[in-house]
Write a protein that binds this ligand. Structure first.
Ligand code: NZQ
Ligand code: ZN
Length: 382
């Protein structure tokens, strides 16, 4: 196992009715800006619960944060924060709202051009305190220090400890109104986050491996149930906790990580508007095919422990394991090839060039993947 330092200070309020916890958990002397997206929280009663809980606070709102939050929209919120002296942010929505709010929190106190936070990875030394009420289990953003922001077709990320949410409310009931497509996106996002910290090369990290396997098995079991029994709150609760734990830093501590599938996926979203989760179900199987030698031991372990695949030659086992992964994504009605999203070879150059532009030269668990190696993955995804 590699050495590591682990910290996750976000307080989690988990369960039905927990939104009311924000009344006591946000200091009363704070001026709160509630941020949200396109209005789903107004349709499912979450907004009303927030309003009720914030009765004793001074607050206002900023709406319209898009899926794959846009830099220009977020900068409008930064203007509002500065002009009206808000000193606490409460994000209510999916990963895009949480990520966007992290950027607002950082940019509001940033000296210089906030674009540098994304483009130049300028260090974020301070941020406004922020918390969140999550309504879409997927990204893990609710307790981690990462955020992804888009400008035009560039989808860029930053990581900074000051933007870790103070607390996160996870009420599975808020997720009952998700469309089947968003449910699938979330399950696949959490599944792929786990895979990218698990299917790399072994470092004898037994606890991390078995935690990861627990998350994968839960998502495999509960994901399809969330589509077939959409009113089952226990299913939603298990998915919600899995998604948070998949990217709260724990399973990635002390192990190699490979985020290449995400980096390619971000380009597909940036250029073709493919949902984040759907970009991952397209790229991940191709990644396993192309990187079968580099990831061999862990693909075999994944195949055996998750799908019970033990017989046959190494390559037969790997092929069957990839096949099972594809079947799961298909069961979630998610695309597993570029063709499924009506894209052909013309997309490959676009994505490869964009990876070059974003300087993705040393990706993977061994830092041995750059844009040209990704070309092979994209060809395998046709
Ligand atoms: O905008 P509203 O009206 O709220 O509607 C949203 C949006 O249209 C809707 N939605 C959310 N909760 C709902 C709901 N609809 C009905 N009922 C509910 N309870 O769902 C749509 C998609 O929301 P979005 O927030 O975009 O989805 P998701 O949570 O999948 O977030 C995706 C973003 O997170 C980034 C992605 O790149 C993408 O930009 N990621 C962030 C990460 C992180 N911070 O650690 C890691 C991830 O790998 C990922 O890259
Ligand atoms: Zn993701």
């Amino acid at each position: 196992m590699n050495s590591f330092t682990f910290e996750n200070s976000t307080r989690i309020h988990f369960g039905e009715g927990k939104i009311e916890a924000i009344a006591d958990d946000i200091p009363k002397d704070k001026k709160v800006l509630v941020t949200y997206g396109g209005g789903s929280i107004k349709k499912n009663g979450v907004y009303d619960q927030v309003k009720e809980a914030l009765k004793g606070h001074v607050w206002d709102e900023f709406s319209g944060i898009e899926p794959n939050p846009q830099y220009d929209t977020l900068m409008q919120a930064v203007e509002k924060v500065k002009a009206e002296n808000f000193d606490y942010l409460l994000a209510v929505g999916g990963g895009s709202v949480v990520d966007g709010t992290k950027f607002i929190a950082a940019a509001s106190l940033f000296e210089g051009d906030p674009w540098n936070i994304l483009e130049k990875q300028a260090p974020v030394k301070q941020a406004l305190p922020l918390s969140c009420i999550l309504t879409l289990p997927a990204t893990g953003s609710e307790t981690n220090i990462g955020a992804v922001v888009s400008k035009g077709n560039s989808k860029l990320y930053f990581h900074a400890p000051p933007v870790r949410p103070v607390f996160a409310v996870l009420d599975p009931k808020t997720t009952l109104t998700l469309s089947p497509r968003q449910v699938a996106n979330g399950v696949i996002d959490a599944f792929v986050h786990t895979m990218e910290q698990y299917v790399t090369f072994g470092v004898d990290a037994k606890v991390q491996d078995r935690f990861a396997e627990g998350l994968l098995l839960t998502l495999l079991e509960e994901g399809p149930k969330a589509l077939s029994s959409p009113d089952d709150l226990n299913v939603r609760a298990n998915i919600m906790l899995s998604a948070t734990l998949a990217l709260n830093g724990l399973i990635g501590s002390g192990v190699p990580q490979d985020w290449t599938t995400h980096m390619i996926g971000h380009e597909l979203t940036g250029h073709y508007g493919i949902d984040h989760g759907r970009s991952l179900s397209i790229v991940m199987p191709a990644m396993l095919k192309v990187r079968r030698r580099e990831k061999e031991d862990k693909i075999l372990q994944y195949g055996e422990r998750i799908f019970g695949i033990t017989g046959g030659s190494v390559d037969e086992r790997i092929d069957r394991t990839i096949g099972e992964t594809v079947s799961f994504f298909k069961l979630m009605n998610s695309p597993t090839s570029l063709a499924d999203e009506n894209l052909g070879s013309e997309a490959i150059d676009v994505v490869v060039k964009s990876l070059e532009k974003h300087k993705r030269f040393k990706m993977s668990e061994r830092q041995d993947m750059g844009p040209e190696e990704c070309r092979k993955v994209l060809e395998a995804a046709l």
